[in-house]
Design a protein around this ligand. Sequence first.
Ligand code: ZN
Ligand code: ZN
Length: 247
Amino acid sequence: MNYSTIKQFFRGLEWQLFRQQIIFDRMVTVVNPDGSISKHIVCEYCKKNIVVSRHIQIHHTPIELTDDNVNDVTISLNPDNVKIACLHCHNKEHDRFSGPATKRHVKNKGVYIVYGPPMCGKTTYVKENMQPGDIVVDMDRLYQAVSLQPLYDKPDNLKYIIFGLRNTLLDNIKTRYGNWNSAWIIGGYADKYARDKLASDLGAELVYIEADKEDCLYRLNYCNDYRQEHKDEWTEYINNWFDNFTK
Ligand SMILES: [Zn+2]
Ligand SMILES: [Zn+2]
């Protein structure tokens, strides 16, 4: 098989199989506080767990992959020439955070709707991919900003004031008003119709953070914040999301 560009190579079956093998070989087994055992993928740079499988990056190093060496399998498909990285560390390795705005990989005034079930890692995803100068619309944080209650504690009587704030922000995003770079809108958006409509209204790209119900419930057990102390309420949010999700 001959690839003329790195892009083609990464779409090929050989790379997919190699990637799976690397991930499988480097899995770390961990004993959880409740005695159960789980397998983790760890970033070889920052040593943090990579919880969302599509965030696992395989980085070619010490020899960086180029269009010129991509067909040399001793470089492109060599386990000794790759490291597992999280999104953040991978971007850092490729220097994607520095340089003038035009050189950045994120489009200027790009709008992204990051959706998925509660506890799936939406905020983590945004934190790893955003840059200073971007705006983030997140209901949980809007509640916190005006109520000064703990994060995720959402006094019901404030609902309409929060919706008003969010709608103002969404209007500004729609008209690309204000001097922000990219906008990230975080939400459950289980319903496909509502989700697609919002995306087309805003000219936004949809980013689905995939997780199954067991993953979400498991993370709820160990999240160590307000949500853990209100486990019943949040279990219901998780169940509702999966009941209402349409692809
Ligand atoms: Zn990392
Ligand atoms: Zn890389």
